[in-house]
Design a protein around this ligand. Structure first.
Ligand SMILES: [Zn+2]
Length: 421
C-alpha cells in the first residue's frame, strides 16, 4: 500500500477539481469498527492512510476512498440504540418535525441510513408511515424485528427512482450522520431531490467542520467518514441540485452538529430564516472560503496528542492505573494516532455486548462490560466517546467512592472529578 502524496490524491468528491492541500495527516490506521476476536490477535491487520485533504475550489474536507463502502458498511458494529442520549435526541426531533410540518397518517417519511430503527420507531408509534434505508443487513434486521419497515440497500438516484415508482414521494427525508459516509455525494443528493414531494422537507445532520476545527476533534476522522462539511460547502452541494436550505439548527450532538432543512427551489411556502444568513456570515468571517484558514489545524492536532501523552506518562510514572470507557470508532483513531496501547490503558469497557471479549483494532486493548471498572477500581477512567461524557460521568459516578477520576482527551486533556450523588 502506497501512501498518497500530492500528485496521487483523487479528484474532489463534490466538484472534481484536483485536490492537493493537506488538512491533517493522522498516519496509518485500521478500519475503526474492525474489532478483533482473540483468535485474530496474531494475524496481520490492514492499515490504511488517514490523510485528509481540503479542496481549494469547494473547500470540502475529504479522505480518499481507501476502502470500498461495501467492505465497511455491509456488516457494521454501530447500533444507535446503545446510547440513551441519542435515543432522547431522536424522540425530540420527531416531536419537533411532526408538529412543525404537520405530519400525520397520510404522510410518508423516509430515513437514509436508518440504523437499528432508533428514530423511525417514533414515527411508527405515532401511526405515520415510514421506511428506512440501511445498507448493513445485521442492523436492518434489528429494525425490522421492531416493526420498522427497512430496505437493505445503499441510497442513490437509482434506488430513489425505484421507491418513487413503488411507494411514491416522501414528505420528509431524514439523513442523520450519513452524508459523511457517502462516496458519491452528487448521486446521493440527486436521489434525495427525486424522492422529495414538491412540498416536502429534507433534514440532514452532520458534525460541523467549524466545531471539529475549533475543538480539535481530530478523532472524529476515520475511514468510514469520507467527507467533513462546513455550512457553506453543504449549501453549495445542495444548491447544485436545486435544493435550497431554508433553516438550520446548531446541535450539541457529536461535539457540535448542524441540522439543515432543505426544500425544492420552487417551493416558496417555506421562507429562508435569518439563521441561514447568520451562519453564512459566521463561516465567511472565520475564513472558511480561504484555503489558508485550513492550514492551522494540523499543528493543533499535534499539540492535543502531546498533552494527552504527557498526562498518561505522568500518571504511569506515579504508579496510577488507567482504563478506558467506551470503544467507539473515534476512540480507535485517537488510540492509533497517539500510540496508546495496554502500556497505558489496562482495558476499556463498552455497553455494546457485540464488542465484549473483543479487542480494539490496531491497539489490541481488551473490551469488557462496564461492570469491570467497579471490580478493578482504577485511578483514572479515560472517556473515549467524549461527546457522551455527561451521560457517562453520571452513570459511573461510583468511581468517586475510591477516589477515581474521569479524564477527557478532547479538546485537550482535562480531569473531571466524580461527584457521588
Ligand atoms: Zn471540490
Amino acid at each position: 500500500m502506497m501512501l498518497p502524496d500530492a500528485s496521487s490524491a483523487a479528484p474532489c468528491r463534490i466538484c472534481s477539481a484536483p485536490v492537493h492541500h493537506t488538512f491533517v495527516d493522522l498516519g496509518m490506521s485500521p478500519l475503526c469498527e474492525s474489532y478483533l476476536r482473540p483468535d485474530q490477535l496474531n494475524e496481520m491487520e490492514a492499515f490504511y492512510p488517514l490523510h485528509v485533504f481540503v479542496c481549494e475550489r469547494c473547500f470540502l474536507v475529504q479522505l480518499q476512498e481507501y476502502v470500498r463502502p461495501e467492505a465497511i458498511f455491509s456488516e457494521y458494529a454501530y447500533f444507535s440504540s446503545y446510547s440513551d442520549a441519542w435515543l432522547e435526541h431522536a424522540r425530540r426531533y420527531t416531536d419537533g418535525v411532526v408538529e412543525r410540518f404537520g405530519l400525520d397518517a397520510g404522510s410518508f417519511v423516509i430515513e437514509l441510513a436508518s440504523n437499528d430503527g432508533y428514530l423511525l420507531r417514533n414515527f411508527v408509534a405515532r401511526g405515520i408511515p415510514a421506511v428506512g434505508i440501511e445498507p448493513a443487513a445485521n442492523i436492518a434486521e434489528v429494525a425490522i424485528r421492531q416493526g420498522v419497515r427497512t430496505r437493505v440497500a445503499f441510497f442513490g438516484r437509482t434506488l430513489a427512482e425505484e421507491i418513487v415508482a413503488e411507494e411514491g414521494r416522501a414528505d420528509l427525508i431524514v439523513g442523520n450522520n450519513v452524508l459523511a459516509q457517502v462516496p458519491d455525494l452528487n448521486d446521493f443528493v440527486a436521489g434525495m431531490r427525486v424522492l422529495l414531494k414538491p412540498s416536502g422537507v429534507i433534514t440532514v445532520e452532520f458534525p460541523h467542520l467549524l466545531r471539529l476545527m475549533r475543538d480539535n476533534q481530530f478523532d472524529t476522522i476515520y475511514h468510514e467518514h469520507f467527507s467533513y462539511f462546513s455550512f457553506l460547502t453543504a449549501e453549495s452541494l445542495f444548491a447544485a441540485h436545486d435544493l435550497v436550505l431554508f433553516d438550520v439548527d446548531e446541535l450539541p450532538t457529536h461535539g457540535g452538529s448542524l441540522r439543515l432543512y432543505a426544500r425544492h427551489r420552487e417551493d416558496e411556502s417555506k421562507p429562508i430564516t435569518e439563521r441561514i444568513a447568520a451562519l453564512r456570515r459566521c463561516e465567511t468571517d472565520e475564513g472558511f472560503q480561504r484555503i489558508e484558514s485550513y492550514g492551522r489545524f494540523a499543528q493543533q492536532v499535534e499539540q492535543t496528542k502531546w498533552k494527552l501523552l504527557s498526562f498518561l506518562i505522568e500518571a504511569k510514572r506515579a504508579g496510577k492505573s488507567v482504563v478506558g470507557y467506551g470503544a467507539p470508532g473515534k476512540g480507535n483513531t485517537l488510540l492509533n494516532y497517539c500510540g496508546i496501547r495496554t502500556d497505558f490503558l489496562d482495558y476499556t469497557v463498552d455497553k455494546n455486548p457485540y464488542k465484549h471479549g473483543k479487542f480494539t483494532p490496531g491497539t489490541h486493548i481488551p473490551i469488557h462490560p462496564p461492570g469491570k471498572i467497579l471490580e478493578t477500581r482504577p485511578d483514572y477512567v479515560l472517556i473515549l466517546p467524549w461527546n457522551f461524557k455527561d451521560e457517562i460521568v453520571r452513570q459511573m459516578a461510583g468511581i468517586g467512592g475510591w477516589g477515581g477520576q474521569f479524564v477527557v482527551p478532547i479538546p485537550e486533556v482535562r480531569l473531571i472529578a466524580a461527584s457521588q450523588g
